[in-house]
Design a protein around this ligand. Structure first.
Ligand SMILES: [Zn+2]
Length: 427
């Protein structure tokens, strides 16, 4: 006797009409027409059941601070960093915690149950670190929060930043971050990558650096990051976030760089919503899109995740914690319109980031956590097209969020009374 069976589920890998049986907090069985009985049954009615969404790149210390103390006028990354610098001295722990918890509520409602967030360590008080460590514990029952020690003002450029970063890691921050393109010179940037990778190797931690987040075709920090990952034996534990300069790099150079990244086991994290709005700001026309070369990275065997990066903060005034909106934008910016590529965009906000974060038990196989999302869509492509409603979100076998189906009532003679924008699946 199982605790719960979800009947008639479509799965992201293309399997249809499958039953998922749950025992306690784990998935016990995944098979068609499961003969077992259960205390409770839910009919998924041919809709998509997915493992939860995962955001590989976020800034929870800045989220929901839009307008504090003012709005970014130029829309550039650099004004955003300056604005955040103005806000930092005014931050209080209470306000940080309150905003982070509010965002996590939004996330859970959208089926987003794991987030890797960078936390700024360029503040001698480490106020944001303390706040997010507290939040990480508080939300553990329903959301996995992974913290990255992020020296926003440059680990070498900002006095005291390296010591503060080490203190943050001592306090329990999970991952080593960096921002080599913001150091004073390309040489300082390369040094920062070396120092930070050595710190991670010594401590046995993962690395996730903001890397080459510019339109500069000659930015070369991802090359250094891949080289250091290999030298220090960090394969499979290192991610380069943004990598927007790759958009502008020379094609011959990229043809050498991609196999180097693959060889070094380095993953890429693109942030489509932010890259398309922050990059290309110095261009007239043609105006570069700025997002890294996602299809080419995937073809070279480099895992690519899509991150949300920002929601209502100094860099971006929109966003709602909806990873399907992120996938939707990534698909458009990268022109990933084939059936296979659209499915890869869905993976970029579910299974791929789960692997990059090293999440244990994320997935829909027997033995995985009973964490899942029931979507008002038949398959991943329809889910992206509609940014489908999360009808039900489950964590460890318990329902933690529900949303009514999206339907509109029509008042048109001779037409149906209700419309939901769904159409019989054609893929
Ligand atoms: Zn970021």
């Amino acid at each position: 006797m199982l605790d719960l069976i979800l009947r008639h589920c479509n799965l992201p890998d293309g399997r249809r009409d499958v039953d998922i049986g749950i025992q306690g907090d784990r998935i016990a069985v995944v098979e068609p027409a499961c003969p077992a009985q259960a205390a409770q049954e839910i009919d998924a009615a041919g809709q998509l059941v997915s493992a939860p969404f995962v955001d590989a790149h976020f800034h929870m210390d800045a989220t929901l601070s839009h307008g504090l103390p003012r709005v970014n006028q130029s829309g550039t990354l650099l004004e955003g960093i300056a604005l955040w610098g103005e806000l930092k001295p005014q931050l209080t722990q209470e306000a940080l915690v309150e905003r982070a918890l509010a965002y996590c509520d939004w996330a859970v409602a959208k089926g987003l149950l794991a987030i890797r967030t960078h936390v700024d360590v360029c503040d001698p008080r480490l106020l944001a670190v303390e706040a997010l460590l507290h939040v990480r514990e508080r939300i553990k029952p329903y959301l996995d929060l992974q913290l990255v020690a992020f020296p926003q003002d440059g680990v070498l450029r900002s006095p005291g930043a390296l010591a503060q970063l080490r203190r943050a890691l001592d306090m329990g921050v999970d991952v080593v971050g960096g921002i080599p393109h913001f150091e004073r010179t390309m040489a300082d940037g390369a040094s920062s990558v070396r120092i930070l990778c050595e710190e991670a190797a010594q401590r046995g931690l993962r690395v996730d650096m903001h890397c080459d987040e510019s339109d500069d075709p000659l930015s070369r920090h991802i090359e250094t990051l891949a080289c250091e990952a290999q030298r220090l034996g960090l394969q499979g534990r290192v991610a380069g976030s943004h990598l927007t300069s790759m958009h502008s790099m020379d094609n011959y150079y990229v043809s050498k760089l991609l196999p180097l990244m693959h060889e070094a086991g380095v993953a890429a994290i693109a942030n489509p919503l932010i890259n398309i709005t922050l990059q290309g700001r110095h261009d007239t026309y043609p105006k570069r899109r700025g997002m890294t070369r996602v299809p080419e990275l995937l073809a070279a065997g480099v895992p690519v995740a899509f991150g949300h990066d920002c929601v209502m903060d100094p860099w971006y005034s929109l966003g709602s914690g909806d990873m399907l909106e992120v996938a939707h934008m990534g698909l458009h910016v990268a022109q990933m319109t084939s059936q296979q590529a659209m499915r890869q965009c869905f993976e970029a906000v579910t299974t791929t980031p789960a692997a990059i974060l090293g999440l244990e038990g994320h997935g829909l196989q027997p033995g995985c956590w009973a964490d899942l999302v029931l979507l008002q869509a038949a398959d991943p492509i329809e889910a992206i097209r509609l940014r489908a409603t999360r009808l039900m979100v489950m964590r460890r076998g318990c329902i933690v969020a529900q949303t009514p189906p999206a339907t509109a009532t029509l008042h048109l003679p001779g037409r149906p009374a209700q419309v939901s924008h769904r159409w019989p699946a054609c893929h």
